[in-house]
Design a protein around this ligand. Sequence first.
Ligand code: GDP
Ligand code: IMO
Ligand code: MG
Length: 427
Amino acid sequence: MKVDVLLGLQWGDEGKGKLVDFITPNYDIIARFQGGANAGHTLIFDGKKYVLHLIPSGIFRNNCINIIGAGVVIDPIALVEEIKTLEEIGVDVRSKLKISKRAHLILPTHRILDKVSELDKGDAKIGSTLKGIGPTYMDKTGRNGIRIGDINNDLNSKYQSLKDKHYLIMDRHQKTLQELDYYSTVTEEETKWFESIEFLKSFDFIDSEYYINKALKERKTVLAEGAQGSLLDVDYGTYPFVTSSSTTVSGVCSGLGVPPHAIGNVTGIFKAYTTRVGSGPFPTELDNEIGKKIRKIGSEFGATTGRPRRCGWLDLPALKYSCMINGVTELNIMKLDILSEFETIKVCVGYNVDGEFYKDTIPFDVSVPIEPIYVELKGWNKDISDCKVFEELPKEAKDYIAFIQLETNCPITRVSVGPDRLQTIMR
Ligand code: GDP
Ligand code: IMO
Ligand code: MG
């Protein structure tokens, strides 16, 4: 078997959590491969809303193993809080969750460094979620990090104990903070960190690369759940306004330890419009009444930070770029219902960059002045949130979908018309 992938094609919050939860019954294993608690994946079913940050979105379904893969960075405090919240409502997390020994740990000082780095950048700040993601990946690639597998090896380690390692890193962090004129005492958080580590010791730490490759050999089905979106990828996103991990399909290979030929279907998901939270270029942003209307109808506020999301029309050059990078085999369109109250809907089909036209590609730097070239399509102007099958959708909504399919040359196989698990149309 191969690893199917579901990932976001825009700047995150496309609705990945909703869809992963929806398709989990088709899978034996759901695995997160990158990112951390900067993600906020919302699931709604049976009239209740749940937001997951580190735990894969298959956790509510039975008979499915959820893996936090090697490429993820884990804040033990956040993970324990998430586990406890789920256990309180009766989810058997312990039997369904496995954690890669290779996943790196976020320390309280990583979060402080994140905050101070943003303060130091001033107006040029990234708009980070301040979860410590960037500094932790920096320590990982700088070969200074601690992996979660280290916490159980502690007694046997011929090198350093976890506490020694922790304080060594923390001292380095404090030096950096002092250089930035920022000294911090984190005693309370440190205590909480070590308590969370103790709590996690009884969880199942696995060699996830062996676990997943073996599962594939045994013909088990595996879905890799992306976090963030392709335009936030550290290499291919709108650098430097990106996150610090590989959010694209290549992140699945490195983050789960599977070879490229083990990648199967790649489902790319996108909103029927575009949103972005945090700083950075956004060519189709609508800093006007239309943008406000989309935000209001779409409840576009961050699931992790509560910040208002910036809103704009669908950007096809950017979508095509993401399809290419990821080798997307099928598309799923989300939040189509949010466009139901618009007489006409614009779609960006090209960029004019100082007289140079882009249609199928995007320029190296999208922070330069870009005039989006729009086509205007007729809206459907009626509620579609109860539509159960594709045929029930109004003609104009079907035309909108057909237009995107034609432009991207990729089939749209699911249409989401509401936040609930059931408000999903299969084609
Ligand atoms: P994720 O990070 O990609 O999982 O997305 P988020 O959960 O951060 O943001 C998506 C938001 O849109 C959540 O509040 C979802 O409940 C909601 N949502 C998802 N799909 C739909 C849809 O088709 N229609 C509407 N109205 N809301 C949706
Ligand atoms: P999900 O998985 C939307 C954005 C932040 C910031 C930039 C860097 O829910 O789609 P970081 O905290 O990683 O240092 O922030 O990336 N960002 C997200 N935006 N959805 C997310 O995750 C995001 N995770 C990070 O707003 O601009
Ligand atoms: Mg989100």
